[in-house]
Design a protein around this ligand. Structure first.
Ligand code: ADP
Ligand code: ZN
Length: 758
């Protein structure tokens, strides 16, 4: 046997998009410590690069194999199951596996630059004889005093904390250490974002009959996880879904399994975290929380807490679906219809769908919960791929609120201008104010006026970078959390953030004829405040909530009744519980309906249903007013009657007729460039190549200007492809893209199962 044969090899994916796996050899000194899922440093071209080991081949055909340089960390950081998931994602989402890795492993773990936080701890070094102590007291009384305090400690204490508590200074402490009387030691401390909070332990509630049936269904899946179907839990808001998740997680833990709970980022509120931390408060560290506001250090610590097996439940937003738990028993995707589960940058994955695939790989149970399931999931239940479990009633037996549709066309005829508050909605608010009950007014559009128009020449003030009108804001808050600087009366682009001063005269024709057109939440707020001068009105949207604390403050004030009327965008549509809200007004239900998007109807239906869920959660039942110019549109009518089944059926019929999801899969290709001609030409060339490459079964659209033609200075063209065999389509598209040399200033992206069609 020659030396060659004893060499071991590893196959790795380097952290660069090279679309290829590479082989390296393993020096003997490292051989025992490397395995599939290990992170390693390897020579790459003329530099070093970080890489992930994806296989241990027996031998390698590659030429000029070089040895790996180092192993990062002690243990493999990716399980075989997660690697398999990564491969599936690459194939399905039409992207390189290196790109998938970027989402799968947090940057702080990939780079391995941030480590544990070390802090200085103090403890007595040895026993000290009385005589020695007396000597110290005479020479250095302060030191003696501090030593006395330290010698009373039972456990090591953080130096900083000791000094803060005792008012001694650092010098005195250091002097004691130099004398060898106290020991100072660096020790790792866990950065826990919820470390200073107390969670009150709660126990299982007694389930009602519907809940029992739902939980039974999940329990049965625990017994045969390998062939269990995903469970779609369809239950109105307040029907007790979360209580079912909590009990199912307990069951998973009892079986020595672990669990992931995905919630949309926006509903990852302190309330939600508290509910989970509280239920599992018996064992500290059991629940890890992952979301986008963690510091790098906190993310590092939470990740290791999960990876090491200390945390057994992970609750988090989208990317928590990749949490490195072992023995996964259950994945819950709450509000599975939420579009925030879709990542809008590569890899453009949908966390719900990834959850379903991960569950299959890990042989675990997956529960998708929603009050308004997505058409995709509902369809999967209808054809038997998922199991549908329904909760029909609120736990508190409350009736669903009464929904009244107000025809804005009639209002317009009466008033001769666009209505903000119809007479009926106005009266309803007045009525609530009298009874000291609260109102929420919802409008999915920020700002004061949607546009600034010239009544002489008709020109609107558009964003120079995007093909949209600038929105007029009376009070535009700018800057980060720390230094908001208020600008009064400016125009702003909601897509790229460009702002401009309000011109006195029309820059196009020079006439003093500028008028404000359309309205947003800011205008609603000021109108309502004018009509009800005695009421306390507050607004909650991305403009008014630039400070982190502002959000909590406003909610707190609303909860305690200091605010009568809350105006806001989707920020207030979701997940909030306010028992004293008995009226919800939807100022304009048509905003989403007229977007050029096949999901427009579905979104409107979901939004109305959710917003309506905010009304009447307490003792008094609620009322919802829906203002619309299209009162007979199906999404509004079905939502009004709380008729899910009816809505799904008619929407599915429409989708089937038009070959849209869930009956096909869609890939949306976007070609963009600052140079309009080059973007267009590249898109047209690509379309021709795709025509040659794709079999007839795939429906290939033309290269067309995107509905949002210009965005952030880039011209955009779309190609829409539809078909059933998505993995095959994905591969063909990938190959076509790889073959075509695009000009350098042209960017091409492929989005599989897209949610943004603009
Ligand atoms: P959902 O997640 O469907 O909105 P929740 O689980 O949050 O519903 O339940 C709504 C409210 O009802 C919560 O305050 C919850 O504590 C309470 N609740 C849930 N199940 C029960 C039950 N079986 N008995 C009593 N209260 C319950
Ligand atoms: Zn813009």
């Amino acid at each position: 046997m020659n030396d060659e044969d004893r060499l071991r090899y590893v196959r790795v994916i380097v952290d660069r998009a090279i679309h290829r796996e590479l082989d390296y050899s393993v020096p003997e000194s490292l051989a025992g410590r490397v395995g599939v899922g290990s992170r390693v440093r390897v020579p790459f071209r003329d530099k070093s690069a970080l890489a992930t080991v994806v296989a241990i081949p027996e031998q390698s055909e590659a030429h000029g194999i070089r040895p790996i340089e180092a192993i990062i960390g002690d243990a493999p950081i990716l399980s075989e199951q997660l690697l398999e998931l990564a491969r599936w994602m690459g194939a399905y989402y039409c992207c390189a596996i290196e790109t998938v890795m970027r989402s799968l492993l947090p940057q702080v773990i990939r780079r391995a630059e941030v480590g544990w936080k070390k802090q200085l701890f103090v403890q007595p070094a040895r026993n000290i004889a009385q005589a020695e102590f007396e000597k110290l007291r005479r020479r250095a009384p302060r030191q003696a005093e501090l030593l006395e305090a330290i010698s009373k400690l039972e456990n090591p204490i953080r130096a900083a904390e000791l000094l803060r508590q005792t008012s001694f200074d650092n010098q005195t402490l250091r002097a004691l250490a130099r004398r060898g009387l106290v020991a100072l030691r660096d020790q790792a401390v866990v950065r826990d974002p919820h470390g200073d909070e107390q969670f009150i332990a709660t126990s299982n509630l007694v389930l009602n009959e519907e809940q029992i049936l739902a939980l039974d269904e999940i329990m049965r899946s625990f017994d045969v996880p390998a062939n269990a179907r995903p469970i779609l839990l369809h239950g109105v808001t307040g029907s007790g879904k979360t209580e079912i998740y909590l009990q199912a997680i307990r069951a998973a833990l009892n079986r020595e399994r672990t669990a992931i709970v995905l919630v949309p980022e926006i509903s990852l509120t302190p309330q939600t975290v508290e509910r989970f931390k509280g239920r599992f408060a018996d064992a500290q560290d059991t629940v890890a929380v992952l979301h986008s506001h963690l510091s790098e250090g906190e993310r590092h610590d939470e990740w290791h807490k999960i990876h090491s097996g200390r945390a057994r439940i992970v609750i988090g937003a989208r990317s928590a679906v990749f949490a490195p738990l072992k023995n996964l028993g259950l994945i819950v995707v709450d509000e599975e219809h939420e579009t925030t589960y879709k990542q809008e940058e590569a890899p453009r994955y949908h966390a719900r769908d990834v959850a379903v695939v991960r569950a299959k790989i890990e042989k675990c149970v997956v529960v998708l919960g929603s009050a308004t399931p997505s058409l995709e999931s509902y369809h999967n239940a209808a054809i038997g791929k998922y199991r549908l479990v329904t909760l029909t009633e609120r736990v508190d037996q409350k009736q669903m609120p009464l929904m009244r549709v107000i025809d804005l066309r009639q209002e317009r005829r009466k008033e001769k201008k666009a209505t903000i508050l119809s007479e009926k909605l106005s009266q309803a608010i007045a009525h609530r104010l009298e009874k000291r009950e609260q109102t929420i007014l919802f409008l999915n559009r920020r700002g004061f006026s949607t546009s600034l128009l010239c009544s002489n020449c008709g020109e609107a003030r558009n964003c120079p970078n995007c093909s949209v009108a600038l929105t007029f804001h009376q009070h535009l808050l700018h800057g980060g959390f720390s230094s908001p600087k208020t600008m009064s009366g400016r125009l702003s682009c909601h897509l790229c953030g460009h702002t401009a001063a309000v011109p006195k005269k029309c820059p196009a024709c020079g006439q003093d004829a500028l008028i404000y057109h359309g309205f947003g939440t800011e205008k609603v707020e000021s109108t309502v405040a004018q009509i009800f001068p005695k009421a306390v009105v507050r607004r909650m949207d991305a403009d008014s909530m630039t400070r982190k604390e502002a959000y909590r403050e406003t909610l707190q004030n609303f909860r305690t009744g200091k605010i009568d009327i809350l105006v806001g965008t989707q920020m207030i549509a979701k997940g909030l519980h306010f028992p004293n809200v008995t009226l919800v007004g939807i100022i304009n239900a048509d905003l989403a309906l007229h977007l050029p998007d096949f999901r427009a109807g579905e979104r409107t239906f979901q939004l109305l249903t959710q917003v309506a869920g905010r009304a009447g959660r307490g003792e008094t039942s609620g009322e919802v007013f829906v203002q619309t110019y299209t009162p007979f549109s199906p999404s509004i009518q079905f939502a009004r009657h709380h008729d899910f089944a009816g809505y799904f059926q008619q929407e599915l019929e429409f989708r089937e007729r038009c070959d849209f999801p869930p009956f096909t899969h869609v890939i949306l290709i976007t070609v963009r460039s600052a140079h309009e001609g080059r973007a267009k030409l590249s898109a047209e060339t690509l379309k021709r190549r795709l025509r040659e490459a794709l079999p007839e079964e795939f429906i290939l659209g033309d290269a067309t200007a995107a509905p949002l033609e210009k965005l952030q200075g880039q011209f955009r063209f779309h190609i829409l492809i539809r078909g059933e065999a998505i993995v095959r389509l994905s591969r063909l598209v990938r190959e076509a893209l790889d073959k075509l040399p695009f000009p350098e200033d042209v960017t091409v992206t492929a989005d599989v199962d897209p949610y943004q069609l603009l």
